[in-house]
Ligand binder design. Sequence first.
Ligand SMILES: *[C@@H]1O[C@H](CO)[C@@H](O)[C@H](O)[C@H]1NC(C)=O
Ligand SMILES: *[C@@H]1O[C@H](CO)[C@@H](O)[C@H](O)[C@H]1NC(C)=O
Ligand SMILES: *[C@@H]1O[C@H](CO)[C@@H](O)[C@H](O)[C@H]1NC(C)=O
Ligand SMILES: *[C@@H]1O[C@H](CO)[C@@H](O)[C@H](O)[C@H]1NC(C)=O
Ligand SMILES: *[C@@H]1O[C@H](CO)[C@@H](O)[C@H](O)[C@H]1NC(C)=O
Ligand SMILES: *[C@@H]1O[C@H](CO)[C@@H](O)[C@H](O)[C@H]1NC(C)=O
Ligand SMILES: *[C@@H]1O[C@H](CO)[C@@H](O)[C@H](O)[C@H]1NC(C)=O
Length: 544
Amino acid sequence: MLDISRGLVFLCLIFGLWPDLSKQASLKEEDYYTAGVVEFLTSSLSENVAAYVDIINSENASSTDIIVFPESTLNDHSSTTFVPDPKELVNPCLSDPNATYFEEFLVTISCAARNANKYVVINLTEKQKCEDVPEDTRPCASNGLNVYNTNAVFDRQGVVVSRYRKIHLWVEEKNTTYLPELITFETDFGVIFGHFICYDILFYSPAHQLIREQGIKDFVYPTMWFSQLPFHTAVQIQQGWAYSNDVNLLAAGASLPTPDGSTGSGIYHGRDGTLVSVMRQDSGERTIYVAQVPKYSSSGGGIEKRARRSTPRQVATNSRITLTRDQLEDYETEVIEFGDGTAPGNLSRTLCQGSFCCRFNISWRFLERTDDNASFYSYRIGAFDGLPKRDEVEVNYIRNCGLFSCSGPGIEDCGQLIANSGESQIAFTHLEIGVTFPESREFLLFPQSLLDDLLPLEPSQFEWSQEKASEESYQHEVRFTLKDSQEVSNLLSFTVYGNYYDNECTYGVGSEEEQESCGYKSSASRRDVIGSGLITLLVILALA
Ligand SMILES: *[C@@H]1O[C@H](CO)[C@@H](O)[C@H](O)[C@H]1NC(C)=O
Ligand SMILES: *[C@@H]1O[C@H](CO)[C@@H](O)[C@H](O)[C@H]1NC(C)=O
Ligand SMILES: *[C@@H]1O[C@H](CO)[C@@H](O)[C@H](O)[C@H]1NC(C)=O
Ligand SMILES: *[C@@H]1O[C@H](CO)[C@@H](O)[C@H](O)[C@H]1NC(C)=O
Ligand SMILES: *[C@@H]1O[C@H](CO)[C@@H](O)[C@H](O)[C@H]1NC(C)=O
Ligand SMILES: *[C@@H]1O[C@H](CO)[C@@H](O)[C@H](O)[C@H]1NC(C)=O
Ligand SMILES: *[C@@H]1O[C@H](CO)[C@@H](O)[C@H](O)[C@H]1NC(C)=O
């Protein structure tokens, strides 16, 4: 006790503030907690650290239990730090106040978490002595160190209680852990969080694996995402992932819309959609976005009704962002012919790439034009069944059905923003995509959409269903539609996205032996089952 209060006095001298311990702190019994995610424009280490501390102490952060900072916005290779093993419950603020072992910024943030009495999640460049991981037989770098892209979590006292090292690197000169780490941490407000970083979101391990094997429902997710049109912008992916898995996701994005296309932060409550989100289209910012997040663990029912929406979604307009585009040239596509520009129209079309087929039903009406000179988006429908081409990085097999916008007649014009496109020529009055997806051992199907503010449609605006024809079936029927009452203009994409983490074990892929080793009964042996069922039936009838 004495030690703790002495520590507090020491800190208060540093920060000139008494932490008000009774002020916030969601209780275990409450049905929500308060979270903040920080969209952050990085500069130098010293400035970053000062700005982190300012945000942690800010008025807007005062009600938060946990604050998540984005990826790669603190230190870099030139200032790597050791990060204590969470098992040892080290408090850098108390144990190393002069920063002799840990870097000063780690100590400063530990102290800031302690002073503000909050959980704080940061991403940093970590160093570790190779000799500390004797089981890793790969050659060590000549300086004897591994360098990781790491999340570190401080608890309300400043103790490092969790550490996760990124496994799916995105063109980074970093080491990976010998094995992927499945990392979680428990909080005093009764929520267990998993964590992962940036590009990890598109892979099975650890993100999806934590849900499947450990039932984790809450995630912290620092990211520096390079948004791609029309299927891989940051908030669109974050919301779709949280929706499909029905989990809480606290995503904090690095903010550098130009020239990197990096932006995108949000707090998502699974099937309820976005609590708060932002996609900046300017030079970036340093802002905390706060929401009250309903707990899944609170005793049944009522959660939906009590979901509290705090700030509405933020819209960044009239400004700039640099976006790359997906390799749409590899899609099977078809231009939507809208007709004469007056009469409403519709399209009912099945489009296939190989044996993978997408069924589209689309209706539209034309909007009044006030500026004859303005350019408008045209649209295509597309189907894709394959490995996306991305240089130098790991990719997953994708099965994708979507409608997307184009700034001109060629396929190279698709996935391009029209600068200052203020007007929309088309309003879609019905959008419906039906797809039959093969089952896979590890896969995720999710709804995706994007409007020209770079934010997605919300669950109140669409319907999504995923069903198997029967228990024994290895096929999933998916239907994604705009709700009947809805009409949407300024649309950039509307997509059913199938992420096949492990395509080897997808139904219908590979030889019969491979299929059986993945656990799929072959059609022949299924016929046997039906056959033996018939025989049993005949025997029963005969006996009767
Ligand atoms: C974490 O931050 C460090 C330092 O800014 C950066 O080098 C590293 O790439 C970040 N982590 C990830 C996953 O990118
Ligand atoms: C920190 O530095 C001060 C001043 O040099 C010294 O008095 C103190 O003992 C140091 N504390 C620790 C824990 O090393
Ligand atoms: C870590 O990365 C360095 C630099 O790329 C490399 O030389 C070294 O072999 C890696 N260490 C391990 C254990 O993979
Ligand atoms: C605090 O939050 C309010 C409301 O969301 C916002 O308008 C304001 O800009 C925020 N202040 C800071 C310093 O971020
Ligand atoms: C679809 O368009 C055709 C004319 O192109 C029209 O005759 C038909 O009624 C429309 N169907 C629906 C469902 O709107
Ligand atoms: C449209 O463009 C023409 C030719 O460039 C110009 O004369 C006209 O003023 C423009 N109209 C509007 C509404 O901007
Ligand atoms: C599209 O419309 C047709 C004809 O009305 C209907 O049979 C079908 O179920 C609809 N949905 C899809 C996804 O094709």
